[in-house]
Design a binder for this molecule. Structure first.
Ligand SMILES: [Mg+2]
Length: 212
């Protein structure tokens, strides 16, 4: 990438914090509760489908959506009590140190709760590396939030890169027009991220340094 990257925005779940086992457990619980079609395939679907494809494949009544969203938000709140067991992906701390040294500003933007992220960063001694933590509560509107962050931080599209793990992240970045580094260790995985033509794919956090 051209050497004018001023800031890196990190996603939280599946990128910095390995919340995937917790997420899978909760998603399966919710799928059972709402009798979602082919509930045994839900994890594979989450990895490989866009949000729209996912919703279509579930084939459930629109009337149920508010309840499902409510349950997802409840699971996010309960995550707080599991944070002590959740690990930082190996190599993240090192890369944050290096980015700080290079004077590249580091942010978080996530749809998780601020309380969870703050606690997790504090507990793992990562807080000092981040300029600011942004959260959005719209599960599908990531691109709007990203746009707002650029505006607030006075950053141009080509000065920023988003580091994240999901297909919806790829779609959001394309919509905003910023580059994304897809992480192979997260939810979607390398194959699915490639399928949606993410700009860069990395297998280890340290590779971020090569890209920027
Ligand atoms: Mg994520």
């Amino acid at each position: 990438m051209r050497k004018k990257i001023k800031a890196i925005i990190f996603d939280f779940d599946g990128t910095i914090a390995d919340t995937l086992p917790y997420t899978f457990e909760k998603i399966i619980e919710i799928a059972r509760k709402y009798k979602i079609k082919e509930e045994n395939k839900i994890i594979e679907k989450l990895r490989s489908m866009t949000p729209n494809e996912l919703l279509r494949s579930f084939n459930i009544s629109w009337l149920k959506y508010p309840f499902i969203i409510w349950d997802i938000k409840k699971a996010q709140k309960l995550l707080f009590y599991h944070l002590d067991k959740i690990k930082v992906f190996s190599g993240i701390k090192k890369v944050l140190q290096l980015l700080n040294k290079k004077n590249i500003k580091v942010f978080i933007y996530s749809s998780n709760l601020k309380k969870n992220i703050d606690y997790f960063l504090e507990k793992n001694d990562l807080k000092k590396y981040f300029e600011k933590v942004y959260v959005g509560n719209n599960l599908l509107g990531k691109y709007k939030d990203l746009k707002n962050i650029l505006k607030k931080e006075r950053l141009k599209k080509n000065e920023v890169v988003y580091v994240a793990d999901e297909i919806r992240d790829v779609l959001a970045c394309k919509k905003v027009g910023i580059k994304m580094i897809g992480v192979g260790w997260g939810l979607a995985g390398e194959k699915n991220l490639k399928k949606y033509k993410v700009d860069f794919i990395i297998k280890k956090p340290l590779e971020i340094i090569k890209v920027v």
